[in-house]
Design a binder for this molecule. Structure first.
Ligand code: ZN
Length: 333
């Protein structure tokens, strides 16, 4: 049923089409768990939530989407699908599939910790579990997100006192909205880089209130008519601007990158920023284990992470293997 064929798919039975899972290649039919670009492809037909559908149309012009809301039973081919919240970014979904061969939960990217800007994950038990494991190594244990947020706010406050421009960096979809919400709730004015601003508007359009922001304009930050630092506030931007004039044009900016990879030594040098703080949209190691406990699968396939995670699971007594072994090798029938 679940096979690796230059991408993960649930195999049709001859009469029915294959259902790909987060394929990046164009396919006749694919489930798209969320709108991060490493999960998107221009498919003939796509299954996704309404929010993911809107974001995918904005990002790559994806159309012809079967839009499913969470918890809605949907018959497809000879099976029944249900999408469940994944707690990763707006509209992110896990897919629960019930067919003749049993039930499968495909997680896409997820986290189990509470989320400020989207619905909490709600995995459903299944016979087979195909899970992402980005942080599938035991030393990835994130600190309490509230403490991380407080540290970010403190560093921003200190920069403001020293009259330095604070710039907080995070992925355009998901992380930037989390950062924006934390900063607005802490009482700061916030100005968004154009790409982040567009995503902010899409979040608000789909019912996630984040608060009033400014859109970045060069003249507000530079030259004779620049706006006062307190009024223009904190800049929120994507990670890729770290070494560009967007940042380097300021005399003494204070840059903070928010990412789970902050747990690795030297991450601030690698990202070219003053500080990195571990705020992540992915599950840490303990959450990966908690997911398995909640799903109670007979067999586990690991995906989007270190292959060693499957070894760790086997050492703990689980039947586990990476989801992409040899091409065309059937994972379960
Ligand atoms: Zn993602």
């Amino acid at each position: 049923m679940l096979v690796w064929d230059d991408g993960l798919k649930i195999r049709g039975n001859g009469l029915y089409r294959d259902l790909y899972l987060d394929s990046r290649q164009p396919r006749p039919l694919s489930f798209v768990s969320h709108a991060h670009s490493d999960h998107l492809g221009l498919h003939e037909q796509t299954i996704a939530t309404p929010e993911t559908s809107a974001l995918a149309e904005y990002r790559i012009g994806l159309q012809r989407v079967i839009q499913l809301t969470y918890y809605q039973d949907f018959p497809i081919e000879d099976a029944v699908l249900e999408l469940r919240p994944a707690g990763h970014v707006i509209g992110s979904a896990m897919m629960h599939y019930r067919g003749d061969g049993g039930s499968l939960l495909y997680t896409g990217d997820f986290k189990l910790r509470p989320c400020l800007t989207t619905i909490c994950a709600d995995p459903r038990p299944a016979d087979f579990l195909c899970m992402e494991c980005t942080y599938g190594q035991p030393f990835f244990k994130f600190p309490d997100a509230k403490l991380v947020a407080e540290e970010m706010v403190e560093r921003v406050r200190a920069a403001m006192r020293e009259n330095r421009q604070p710039i907080v960096l995070g992925y355009t979809l998901g992380k930037a909205q989390e950062i924006t919400k934390i900063l607005i709730d802490a009482g700061f004015n916030v100005t968004l880089h154009g790409a982040v601003f567009n995503m902010h508007c899409l979040y608000e359009k789909h019912g996630t209130a984040l608060g009033a922001v400014r859109k970045y304009v060069w003249a507000d930050f530079h030259g004779e008519r620049q706006v006062d630092l307190k009024e223009r506030g904190v800049l929120v931007a994507p990670p890729y601007v770290a070494r560009t004039p967007f940042v380097t044009s300021f005399e003494k900016p204070l840059t903070i990158m928010m990412t789970g990879w902050a747990m690795l030594k030297g991450a601030n040098y690698r990202y070219g920023v003053d500080h990195v703080l571990p705020l992540s949209d992915h599950a840490d190691f303990d959450e990966l284990m908690e997911l398995i406990d909640r799903v109670q699968p007979k067999k586990i396939f690991t995906h989007h992470g270190p292959r060693s995670f499957a070894e760790i699971l086997r050492a703990k007594g689980f039947d586990a293997q990476p989801a992409h072994p040899d091409p065309q090798l059937s994972l379960f029938e």
